[in-house]
Design a binder for this molecule. Structure first.
Ligand code: TXA
Ligand code: MG
Length: 315
């Protein structure tokens, strides 16, 4: 069992000693380690059972704290950090020598974000150095949006969970790359929608090209233990529980359904998505049937997660 609490000083002490702490952010909880300690970073991969080929996002408290981590800072990146951060946006930038290869899997680019959570920002400020932090779930599983999710997934291996309450956004950050020819490309849909980004930068839809996805974008991800289906036409035999957007599915008892947002609000749906998947996974049933949401704004990121969580027969 991990210790769960709100003691930022204790979290700072543990991190400084090269241990790992689960931290709250506005998106999902992260499993943090200081980037200056090789041991601390290695432990992150070990605790999550994550391959070293899947690099980590570096978290800092302010745009100024980014300077030592990068070898160049394109004006568009600075503009985007100022517009959206602290917030759920991660930008890939050319890394400086001070970012260890272990963090980026030897890529010349480092992913950086400034999380919008008061406790997390306080921690980063008191710590005075950047932390790398992937989502605090076992590799490939459902992301954690409260301390209890972290405890149930990784509790036995994490000494301290800094409890910042339920995550306000509930979906991971949007990851973008600045293109040399100008504009940006979205590598992972997340808490900032394409519509919002378009107000500041040209979006290059080269995102769909194979080389332009993040290494962690495996097809099977965010997956509950139970098989999850997104289309009712291909359902197996057995007892089902349902994830719904606005309304219950007729013919199924309501206590076997989770409705994300009766008013049809995509932010509310995003906030509740992973908690709903955790709950459905604990219900006694053979599989989950999930309804997709409208494919605009945050809906694209929600549908992306549902698509990756859905069951695929081994080919
Ligand atoms: O909201 C978030 O981004 C959360 C919170 C904890 O900050 N973090 C998160 O981390 O979602 P993770 O590790 O679960 O997902 C990060 C994704 C992975 O797909 C990884 O491959 C990609 O970012 N990534 C990290 N560093 C990268 C790099 N240098 N180049 C390309 N992709 C990178
Ligand atoms: Mg993750």
């Amino acid at each position: 069992m991990a210790e769960i609490g709100t003691d930022v000083k204790r979290a700072v002490q543990l991190l400084k000693a090269g241990l790992n702490v689960a931290i709250p952010t506005e998106t999902v909880y992260g499993l943090a380690g200081i980037i200056s300690s090789e041991k601390s970073i290695k432990q992150i991969f070990e605790i999550k059972k994550r391959p070293f080929t899947d690099p980590l996002i570096v978290h800092v408290a302010s745009p100024e704290a980014i300077n030592p981590l990068v070898s160049s800072f394109p004006p568009l990146a600075m503009q985007l950090f100022k517009a959206f951060c602290p917030g759920p946006l991660t930008i890939l930038l050319p890394k400086s020598e001070s970012v260890p290869d272990l963090v980026t899997n030897a890529s010349p680019l480092v992913a950086i974000r400034i999380p919008a959570h008061p406790l997390c920002l306080q921690l980063l400020e008191e710590l005075g150095e950047p932390v790398a932090a992937p989502s605090a779930n076992p590799f490939g599983g459902i992301s954690p949006t409260c301390a209890a999710h972290v405890e149930s997934g990784l509790g036995s291996d994490v000494p301290y969970i800094l409890d910042g309450g339920p995550c306000r956004v509930g979906l991971e950050s949007t990851i973008i790359k600045i293109l040399p020819e100008g504009g940006i490309s979205v590598l992972r849909q997340g808490g900032i929608s394409e519509e919002e980004l378009r107000l500041f930068a040209d979006l290059n839809l080269a995102e769909k090209q194979k080389e332009d996805v993040v290494p962690g974008s495996m097809l099977s991800h965010y997956a509950p233990r139970k098989p999850l289906f997104t289309e009712s036409s291909k359902l197996p035999e057995g007892k089902m529980v349902c994830l719904r957007f606005q309304t219950a599915l007729e013919g199924i008892s309501e206590d076997r359904q989770v409705i994300l947002s009766p008013s049809g609000n995509l932010s509310e749906a995003a906030r509740g998505l992973f908690a709903a998947l955790h709950r459905l996974d604990l219900m006694e049933a053979d599989f989950i049937l999930a309804e997709k949401v409208p494919d605009s704004g945050l809906g694209r990121a929600i549908n992306d997660r549902l698509g990756r969580a859905s069951h695929r027969k081994p080919s």
